[in-house]
Design a protein. Structure first.
Ligand code: AMP
Length: 544
């Protein structure tokens, strides 16, 4: 027997309808690419998104067509998303930090028909435009006054383009399983893989992401998504913020510490989210200027492991609660968040930080398990490492135009991460399976060592890689970037780590470098470090 409830497809544009009706005047404040701060509301974003939909429709874009956005977080980018979604076309966020050849490869693979882009990326696109035959026209997210002279095909200023229609348009209706968005994983090896979200997965994920033990945002919050919309589905913030009716502050192109601080302070932001490298810049800026964060209540930190020292700095110096989160593009992207269950809520000081270095527990809608290489479940004792596998309505079951099977017999997706689970269901990532250091048949977590090293007051950033060793196969090498104008010796750094880890985990050597390479999504680029240190000779005597 079927239930007798209404059929109300879970379509993404219903989220902006909701915000426009029930939170109509909530501010959406952006740092524009042209410079000044721009103010609008959810009601106006919806009104203009309808124009985007109508204009795309007039250009013959329809159900299933891909429309690329190569853009920073601004109100215009958000209007584009909802306009694209509202006719059943697919927003395809392209990460501008990729190499131009990778961008061309991705756009060709997706066969994007329209490219919507910020002024910032016009020169980049001009260089590769002849390699993008599927793109029929370029919409530059600006107005007539700022429109540059460009060689891009049928280039038009966004404001002129939507100005050609009146907005008297109704969203299209279709099945909730229709494709909605697309985001390619920035794989460090091989070609990128396309993850294809559906309307249903995005809407369910936005609910999951907003729960009190997830991001817990409400209409009383002011949310600053520093994480770009082009990184892993923008961590759902373009959906979960209007869904909850929170106010929005969008950072545009300026993500440096001082610019982010200005937005946090002037617009009384209560909630923000980004990768650790962004917060490193903000904390360094605050140290320099003596700035305070009186309005900010919570910061979500994920994308790579949040160092213990970072959590401590936010919480102890600035009174901001850190929520460590883990996820991946294939998961829409949230997989777990480290909020405190009653079992841990009363902990304080180091005991609390011991929990907060974990990536946390999954919201409803994410199932997790850890297994050995043969797929056998491993115990949840907080110690045993295994392959982390996930299942749920917002987890990918296949990649775009790719026949390879990515699920196991029970429908779980292997994340490629190695993790422990504790008895209360808190997951901790030990490593990417390809980054874990295999020493004498045992595993050493590079993440744990990196976390510890950045706790040293002189260390700005640290990376640990396995280096060939004649006896133990691999031993850890600690690579360190010191804070500006600081000096330190190997013994000083290793001395700080002593007694905090098992003796055999201690790095065999420390290499001081000026910079550590990052991927297009801000993760440490271990493949390049391994290449750079390929010939590195460890001081053998230390562990022989
Ligand atoms: P992406 O799809 O680019 O977001 O990358 C996903 C990968 O980032 C995951 O599989 C993890 O290896 C890594 N990752 C994300 N969040 C965290 C975290 N909080 N701690 C450690 N690794 C993380």
């Amino acid at each position: 027997m079927l239930g007798l409830m209404q059929d109300w497809p879970l379509l993404c544009h219903r989220i902006i309808d909701h915000a426009a009706i029930y939170h109509a005047d909530r501010p959406v404040i952006s740092r524009s690419i042209e410079g000044p701060i721009h103010r609008t509301t959810y009601a106006d974003i919806r009104r203009r998104a309808l124009k985007v939909a109508q204009r795309l429709d007039r250009d013959g874009i329809s159900l299933g067509d891909r429309v690329a956005t190569l853009a920073w977080n601004t109100w215009r980018h958000m209007e584009c998303w909802y306009g694209i979604l509202g006719i059943g076309a697919i927003y395809h966020t392209v990460n501008p930090r990729l190499f131009p050849e990778q961008i061309a490869w991705i756009v060709n693979h997706a066969q994007d028909r329209v490219m919507m882009t910020d002024l910032t990326f016009v020169p980049l696109l001009e260089k590769i435009a002849d390699k993008l035959p599927s793109v029929e026209r370029y919409v530059i997210l600006t107005d007539k006054a700022h429109m540059p002279a460009t060689t891009l095909k049928y280039a038009v200023a966004y404001e002129d383009w939507i100005g050609e229609v009146d907005g008297d348009f109704a969203w299209r209706s279709f099945d909730e399983n229709t494709a909605a968005g697309m985001c390619y994983t920035s794989g460090t090896t091989g070609n990128p893989k396309g993850v294809l979200y559906s309307h249903r997965s995005n809407v369910l994920h936005a609910f999951m992401a907003s729960l009190p033990d997830s991001k817990g945002i409400s209409s009383r919050d002011v949310v600053l998504p520093v994480v770009p919309f082009f990184h892993a589905n923008g961590w759902s913030l373009a959906f979960s913020t209007p869904l909850t009716g929170a106010a929005l502050v969008l950072p545009g192109a300026k993500l440096d510490g001082a610019s982010i601080y200005e937005l946090l302070d002037q617009h009384k932001v209560t909630f923000t989210a980004a990768v650790p490298t962004v917060w490193l810049m903000l904390l360094q800026d605050l140290e320099k200027t003596g700035g305070k964060l009186p309005h900010l209540k919570r910061v979500v930190i994920g994308g790579s492991a949040c160092p213990r020292a970072m959590t401590q700095a936010f919480q102890d110096k600035y009174g901001v609660e850190v929520i460590h989160a883990w996820g991946m593009t294939e998961m829409s992207p949230l997989g777990s968040l480290c909020t405190m269950k009653p079992e841990y809520a009363s902990l304080s000081g180091d005991a609390r930080l011991d929990i907060q270095v974990k990536q946390g527990h999954p919201p409803f809608g994410v199932e997790m398990k850890i297994t050995d290489d043969n797929g056998k479940d491993l115990p949840w004792d907080g110690k045993t490492f295994g392959r982390l596998k996930v299942r749920g309505p917002a987890v990918a079951r296949a990649y775009y135009k790719d026949d390879s099977r990515i699920l196991d017999a029970d429908g779980f997706f292997d994340t490629g991460d190695v993790a422990t689970m504790d008895k209360h269901g808190y997951m901790q990532v030990t490593d990417r399976s390809k980054d874990v250091i295999k020493s004498g048949g045992e595993w050493i977590s590079s993440i744990d060592l990196e976390n510890l090293a950045v706790g040293h007051p002189k260390v700005a950033e640290a990376a640990v890689i396995g280096v060939r060793h004649p006896k133990w196969d691999e031993r850890p090498l600690l690579i360190v970037v010191l804070k500006k104008d600081q000096r330190a010796t190997k013994d000083e750094i290793l001395g700080f780590m002593q007694d905090k880890i098992a003796k055999w985990w201690m790095p065999d050597d420390v290499a001081f470098v000026d910079d550590i390479p990052h991927t297009a999504t801000g993760k440490i680029l271990k493949t390049e470090l391994r290449e750079r240190f390929k010939e590195y000779k460890l001081p053998v005597a230390a562990t022989a």
